[in-house]
Design a protein around this ligand. Structure first.
Ligand code: HEM
Length: 635
């Protein structure tokens, strides 16, 4: 690959590294994921069966006995393998003076009861239901086995620090995780390790190094649209959904997105992200907003026929669907391909996404190749450039560019959308907090002026509100890694100082959601929403003692690239809302009944007993039934 620099000389560009894909991914290109999964395992599964059948035949046993022996061989071999692996791990741990991670005990074979409970909690429960009890009983790092597959879950800052920072090179996203995500995220920055990851990260990092005026132009345009939508709907007498679904839509593509479709703020973050990423706004804010479930269908306006609105809805639905499909694969674990025997479930959504994105990327590549875009622009010129334009300085491989755009869209939409939605939710719960944030905003910026980067830095209380929101409801509540080499972690239990042994290739989950609520790390009021904990003595008392106990953006070499950008985007949107409205109220009648917490939760301790919306977990977090609000306009 070559490109022209400003002087017209040909310059070679860094080559896109070849990122190895597992064999199963190659096969999956031709076969469905399920068939490819079965074919690869066929020899492994059939060998014990054939041996089991053949051996009794040597002793001339009847055919049915041989067949039965063949059938029983498979579970016997599997059980033998599990017993051997346990024994080997125990010995390896003992040789190092270590112990195995305490194991959560179920009450049935294969811990099917735990699996059922987890599935129930995922659908109807509160985030981390069930896991909190296990951590309380066994300590902050536990081993959970379901159907003989183990996951180690930790909420211990020292252990998370090892994974993310101090022993970074020993922990990877891993081939298994990457295969689950590959049909959507390709080999982009989220979904790669080693050299591939370094290549993607160094390619995108410069874009986030500076605050750009053009980004505030983008935020402002879309923030104005959001404010206008709220005013319009409220004036017409309806609540407006800040995020998620509605049950009476006529233009919803599938049951799946019906549960999760992002709304007003999701449209703000989607439109902003598409504009700064590839300079082509999705225009989802131009599409029609949903109406509350209790508006009779007969009084709903006719669904939009405007092609821009339809295309925007199609793209956002497809994007949401693709993200949900890959997060379902994570939940199903290693056996997810068996649920995709008939075909790749991301294919339909990816078709729609590609239809939209491919021409944009191809056009940029053609322009670059045809010399229509100067390579290596100056910093000043770069201010108005999209990430796609900037990346063209480094590669013109359309697949690499597409992967990166999709990774960034995921990073840039759902995380900020969730945080903004929860901030508004907390504003509806705690009007005093809203008043303080509004007073601060009006004192610093006034009722109409557009905020600058300097203004945003001065809004200390607003920053504390955002941090406290991300403490209680971090956008990425659970995350996973795998360790390459066997290792040990320091014991979290003072009464048993033996370190914990982690066999090579273990699945390691860490939950910042749960860590952020630990009373021993945050004080007895850890579950209360109190932004002042980021401003008063408690900063010294708790947070400064261990910076790894607050990790909404991760830490170490893979720390979120868009952290500063996200603070700017969220603050900008919030400033525009604080300037435009004197208060926000939740309209509970507008929530579908199943979207509200069940009445029996009100008697419970902690946030579960207090919260008035329900939260769903997929790759990122969101509210389950939307956030329906009304706002009072400022004079
Ligand atoms: C409230 C907003 C945000 C939160 C809470 C957040 C959080 C995170 C977290 C937890 C990770 C680590 C994921 C992992 O390693 O598995 C991450 C990674 C990343 N984030 Fe963000 N993020 C936010 C907004 C953004 C935005 C707006 C962008 C850019 C458009 C962005 C770009 C990235 C990128 C590129 C990575 C991958 C870094 C890597 O693997 O090297 N994020 N983010």
């Amino acid at each position: 690959m070559t490109a022209c620099d400003i002087s017209g000389k040909r310059k070679s560009l860094p080559r896109t590294p070849t990122i190895p894909a597992p064999a199963c991914a190659d096969m999956a290109l031709k076969l469905t994921p399920g068939l490819s999964f079965l074919l690869q395992r066929l020899p492994l599964l059939s060998l014990p069966f054939l041996v089991g059948v053949a051996l009794p035949r040597l002793a001339s046993t009847p055919l049915w006995v041989s067949f039965l022996a063949g059938v029983l061989t498979l579970p016997s071999v599997a059980a033998g393998y599990i017993i051997y692996t346990n024994w080997r791990n125990e010995r390896a741990a003992a040789a190092l003076g270590a112990r195995l991670i305490p194991r959560v005990k179920g009450n049935s074979i294969g811990n099917v009861d735990i699996l059922k409970q987890m599935q129930y909690n995922r659908k109807f429960g509160y985030p981390a239901d069930g896991l909190g009890e296990a951590i309380e009983d066994l300590g902050p790092t536990v081993n959970i086995r379901v159907l003989w597959m183990a996951t180690n879950l930790t909420v211990e800052p020292e252990h998370i620090k090892l994974i993310l920072a101090t022993d970074f090179n020993n922990y990877v996203k891993g081939e298994r995780f990457q295969y689950n995500m590959r049909s959507v995220l390709g080999t982009g920055v989220f979904n790669s390790d080693g050299e591939g990851w370094k290549f993607h990260r160094q390619m995108t990092r410069p874009f986030f190094n500076r605050d750009r005026i053009s980004h505030f132009d983008i935020f402002d345009r879309h923030a104005q649209d959001v404010v206008a939508h709220i005013k319009q709907r409220n004036r017409a007498g309806y609540a407006v959904d800040f995020q998620v679904p509605y049950s009476n839509s006529k233009w919803m593509p599938s049951k799946l997105t019906l549960r999760y479709l992002k709304d007003l703020i999701g449209r703000f973050t989607m439109d902003s992200a598409s504009e700064f990423l590839f300079d082509s706004c999705i225009n989802s804010l131009k599409a029609h907003l949903p109406y509350p479930h209790n508006v009779p269908p007969s009084s709903l306006p006719i669904p939009p026929t405007d092609p821009v609105a339809i295309a925007a809805t199609r793209f956002t639905d497809a994007f949401t669907e693709a993200m949900l499909r890959i997060s379902e694969r994570e939940v199903l674990g290693r056996i997810w391909p068996l649920f995709e025997i008939a075909g790749d479930k991301t294919k339909r959504a990816m078709g729609v996404i590609s239809e939209y994105l491919d021409p944009i990327i191809q056009k940029a590549v053609d322009k670059k190749r045809g010399g229509g875009m100067r390579a290596m622009a100056t910093d000043e010129e770069k201010d108005g450039m999209s990430l796609l334009d900037e990346m063209l300085d480094q590669t013109d491989d359309p697949q690499v560019l597409k992967d990166e755009m999709l990774n960034m869209l995921l990073a840039g939409r759902d995380t900020t959308m969730h945080t903004l939605t929860v901030v508004i939710y907390f504003f509806t719960m705690y009007p005093d907090i809203y008043r303080r944030a509004r007073d601060e905003t009006l004192a610093q910026i006034g009722p109409t002026r557009r905020p600058t980067y300097e203004d945003v830095k001065e809004l200390k209380f607003l920053r504390a509100v955002i941090n406290e929101t991300m403490r209680l409801y971090p956008s990425v509540p659970f995350n996973v890694r795998e360790n390459i080499q066997a290792t040990t972690w320091p014991s979290p239990d003072p009464s048993d100082p033996r370190p914990l042994y982690i066999p090579a290739g273990s699945k390691l989950a860490y939950s910042v959601f749960m860590m952020h609520r630990r009373k021993d790390l945050w004080g007895p009021d850890a579950e209360e929403f109190d932004p002042d904990r980021f401003l008063d003595d408690r900063v010294k008392q708790y947070l400064l003692k261990n910076a790894f106990q607050f990790l909404p953006f991760n830490a170490g070499p893979r720390i979120c690239l868009g952290q500063q950008f996200a603070y700017n985007e969220m603050s900008f949107m919030l400033v525009r809302l604080l300037q435009s409205f004197t208060s926000f109220e939740r309209d509970e009648a507008a929530f579908a009944p199943a979207a509200l917490p069940p009445p029996e939760w009100a008697a419970l301790q902690g946030r579960k007993g207090v919260d008035r919306v329900r939260f769903a977990l997929h790759l990122t977090m969101s509210t389950k039934g939307g956030l329906w609000v009304r706002a009072v306009e400022a004079e």
